[in-house]
Design a protein. Structure first.
Lengths: 326, 326
């Protein structure tokens, strides 16, 4: 089948390339480790001249052959490739942002082989403590496109767990407000570079009991003192023989995610002046979404769904809206 | 003047040795980097035989010459040297613990040169989330010894900021309860190993305005969402031109300390069923105590004092109580 679009999800640590067909379906896909912070370096010839720009090299590896076979294919990209450290800076659009309109704010970069790459802008929320996202806006749009038409305009809370979890309030296709939690990156830094990591025994299967225990600790009276203090319990429960080394990483993961969701729930209730928490849809990798799904249930968030293929769908929608394809 | 006691403050990353005179005054002192996690390794002769035990080597460097000059001097040590990773394990005493009585629970280790080292036990609080300390109990005792006799029995909150801050409730010379916050170690891990460190420009003088801004952010409505989220503002304020790289480390420091003290205040008020926070005395290095003093004032903690020479005084008192010296 003839391809219609090349769509790139180009983040800090990975680059995913999709070849999409006439209805946006995925014909072929590739995952490379060439995120913008780990681009390839050895120079090699591209279009007859030696190239040493890491973005050019990564781009050519991701989809150079697809473009040589179909040179007129349009190409779109979202994620950190549009940041100040990226290939071209695509300035942030402010909230409230109608995600379907982001296609109009795309920034173009011309590759040395003559291809135009269309880069989706990120979103900034200019609150007292500002918030930014890049890539997640495209996933939110893809999620909305995947919903039944009659529910697409209902208010929604979209959770995008990861190094920096995003919680995005969407009303009638518009990103109204969002929050960021550095939970994932913090878990990694704490496990690798503090005393808590020394007694963690890694490599076993997911320990759901330890994870749930961490979540419930964060939600309990003991959790009132906050994560800066409860963190230490991963060590003291170990020291006192109440938490084996093999359970400590999942306990810590549950503890941090529990604190994230506890705070999120409290802030949402205050903002919405309602005790009922909103329905949540998650976007992310299966294992991480499963952790969040367990923790969200423990925190009384209703109706947790997990969305698939959000990035590809979002990029397809933006390309359609921008007239790159039909 | 004749020495009466050798006192060692032997922690994870440092070893301080004091030669104390007949009233506990410091006659001589040394600071070595031989904490229990970074002991010396090259074997060398001690008392006529080749020694390769890192504890022996560090001990000999710290006070071997003092002991050769006065072989009958008693020796006492507090800190992580008594932990499971230390030279000898001095089991934790449970709270409530009368600090002056800890001398009775000291554990002895005999060095290869025939000296007996008396190691002070740590303290464990067997609460739902257990808490432990090692070394701080000795500092608390030293602080009590330094107070005027008529105030020594008044309830007190002792703050010991550091990698793991301790907040110790002392009533009539007894450690009743304490909390730990991993603020210092977390600040170091976040600065060195997350995205927040990438834009920090270090090396300038202390930026009090940035620090206070971090504290006030933690205490504000924006701080309600907790440190896992507000952390990200060190990046986004930078990205939006509102916080220069040179201010980001002190902002982050203020933010984390602010969250620590906000949580501590809330928990203390709930525990004590009183809106008035207790008087605080701080023990620690001058620069860190100055940061905490600023932040405690912003958090409405009254009457903040800073105690000096707490470790030496505490070790002297314990040696007296144990009959090691007179």
């Amino acid at each position: 089948m003839q391809a219609q679009l090349i769509a790139l999800d180009w983040g800090t640590t990975s680059l995913r390339a999709y070849m999409l067909g006439s209805h946006g379906q995925v014909l072929e896909q590739r995952a490379l480790s060439y995120g913008i912070m780990q681009l390839p370096t050895p120079p090699r010839p591209i279009s007859g001249a030696l190239a040493d720009n890491g973005f050019e090299l990564a781009f050519d590896e991701a989809c150079g052959d697809w473009l040589r076979a179909q040179p007129t294919l349009p190409v779109i990209a979202c994620g950190m490739v549009g940041s100040a450290q990226g290939w071209v800076q695509a300035p942030y659009c402010p909230t409230p942002a109608r995600v379907a309109d982001l296609g109009a704010a795309m920034v173009r970069v011309r590759t040395r082989s003559g291809v135009t790459l269309h880069v989706v802008p990120g979103i900034v929320q200019n609150s007292a403590l500002p918030n930014v996202m890049r890539g997640e806006e495209t996933q939110v749009l893809g999620l909305l496109q995947g919903l039944p038409a009659d529910t697409r305009n209902e208010p929604l809370l979209v959770g995008l767990p990861g190094s920096h979890s995003k919680w995005v309030r969407v009303v009638e296709g518009c990103i109204q407000q969002f929050d960021t939690f550095m939970t994932g990156e913090l878990f990694a830094a704490v496990s690798a570079h503090t005393i808590l990591g020394r007694t963690q025994e890694l490599g076993g299967p997911f320990d759901g009991v330890a994870f749930d225990r961490g979540v419930h600790t964060a939600l309990s009276t003991e959790g009132d003192i906050g994560p800066l203090s409860t963190l230490f319990s991963a060590r003291t429960l170990g020291l006192t023989g109440q938490l084996p080394g093999s359970a400590q990483a999942d306990y810590l993961s549950g503890l941090l995610i529990g604190h994230e969701l506890r705070s999120l729930g409290e802030v949402l209730r205050a903002r919405m002046k309602s005790s009922r928490l909103p329905d949540v849809v998650l976007i992310g990798n299966d294992q991480l979404c499963e952790r969040y799904r367990r923790a969200l249930q423990a925190c009384d968030f209703p109706c947790v769904d997990v969305a698939a293929q959000a990035t590809e769908r979002g990029l397809w929608s933006l390309a359609l809206a921008a007239g790159l394809t039909q």
